[in-house]
Design a protein around this ligand. Structure first.
Ligand SMILES: Cc1cc2ncn([C@H]3O[C@H](COP(=O)(O)O)[C@@H](O)[C@H]3O)c2cc1C
Ligand SMILES: O=C(O)c1cccnc1
Length: 359
């Protein structure tokens, strides 16, 4: 919706406009650092776990923090027109087939979620095929346009996709989710993700384009040309996050952006995954300034655009395992580490309680 088209009626709310994002609780963070210093260990000896634990205390608004009761992973599935043009090592049919695999519990994310004590939900936002009604309630369209020559979707569809992501975050938080992870599934989706990151950080395509599912040199050249052409279309609208989503993203990535910003609005911490989720995060920060304070980088994927996005978001990944999968897998691997950080701050004895001599 442009300003001219927007009805004057103030009761008509634009779902792509966010109220100011609250910040994590500074008092709880201060109390958490103080408590960390009183626990039975040399000061600073838990390294980064100490900082992670204080961040969770700040997000929860109290110290000590409570262990996660319902960590939830939501996989946003969608196809991309560009996938039919040589940019991926796998055929587009894999997207809908993997949705079935998620539902059957056979994907990497199912195993990693179980290992981390999290549950998985898959949502079909823009899969180019039919999926069960249980996952298609928020479907915006079938596939998204090939972004090197046409828009990914209309402006109205981009607004609807952001609204869908917000509604999904609300559903999960209302059902008790106290930590959220967004995951992606969609053959070709590292191409729009790279376009978004390179456009918003003014990076040359050759410095941003990666191997995705494992493409060869020839496919890398096709992908880089597609990213270059898509960036020519996207840079014109880069200052307007919803127009950028409509031009250069895809309905799945737009929904992820809405989901991430809404989690922040609802004071719910998020672990970001790889390049696709992080590209949505860059746009979400433009939609809702300050949203990034509620996000943690779970891992560093091998995609160059992922490191570029994390630098822009000023987020330091928890693990770096050479992963390049998506699905929320890198975030799911980081979750037990975050839970470990919470456990120490929540359960360790203080020097006083344990009768141990402080220095
Ligand atoms: C079997 C399979 C499972 C996946 N799970 C995540 N992806 C990941 O790889 C794809 C992105 O890479 P590209 O842009 O090179 O196509 C997306 O589907 C992403 O979710 C998968 C890819 C495949 C083949
Ligand atoms: O970084 C990611 O999320 C990623 C990398 C390759 C393929 N799919 C996703």
């Amino acid at each position: 919706m442009t300003d001219q088209e927007r009805p004057d009626d103030p009761s008509v709310v634009d779902p792509s406009v966010f109220d100011p994002i609250p910040q994590p609780d500074r008092e709880a963070r201060r109390a958490a650092w103080q408590r960390q210093a009183s626990l039975t260990k040399p000061t600073g000896s838990l390294g980064r776990l100490e900082e992670l634990s204080t961040w969770i205390a700040a997000c929860q608004g109290h110290c000590p923090p409570v262990p996660f009761a319902r960590p939830r992973i939501v996989i946003f599935a969608g196809d991309h027109g560009i996938a039919r043009h040589g940019v991926s090592a796998y055929p587009p049919e894999v997207t809908v087939q993997m949705v079935r695999n998620f539902l059957d519990g056979g994907a990497a994310i199912n195993c990693l979620a179980e290992n981390a004590g999290a549950t998985v939900r898959v949502v079909d936002i823009s899969v180019d095929g039919d999926t069960p009604a249980s996952v298609s309630a928020h479907k915006v369209r079938r596939s998204s346009g090939r972004i090197d020559t046409e828009d990914a979707m209309s402006h109205d569809e981009a607004v609807a996709a952001v609204a869908a992501g917000r509604a999904i975050a609300d559903e999960e938080i209302d059902a008790g989710a106290d930590l959220l992870i967004a995951g992606d599934m969609g053959i070709g989706n590292t191409t729009p993700a790279t376009v978004l990151v390179a456009t918003l950080t003014r990076t040359e395509p050759i410095a941003a384009v990666g191997r995705g599912t494992g493409i060869d040199d020839n496919a890398w050249m096709l992908k880089t040309a597609a990213v270059r052409d898509a960036m020519r279309r996207g840079k014109i609208v880069a200052r307007d996050p919803v127009r950028l989503l409509a031009t250069s993203a895809g309905a799945d990535i737009a929904a992820m952006a809405g989901f991430l910003a809404q989690a922040s609005l609802r004071r719910t911490p998020v672990i970001l995954d790889g390049v696709v989720v992080s590209s949505a995060a860059l746009v979400a920060e433009d939609l809702a300034a300050g949203a990034r304070e509620w996000w943690l980088a779970g891992h560093r994927s091998t995609e160059p655009a992922h490191s570029i996005a994390l630098r822009r978001l000023q987020l330091e990944p928890i693990v770096d395992l050479g992963m390049r999968l998506g699905e929320g897998s890198g975030a799911a691997v980081a979750l037990p580490i975050l839970a470990a950080a919470v456990a120490t701050l929540a359960r360790m004895a203080t020097f006083e309680e344990a009768g141990v001599s402080d220095r």
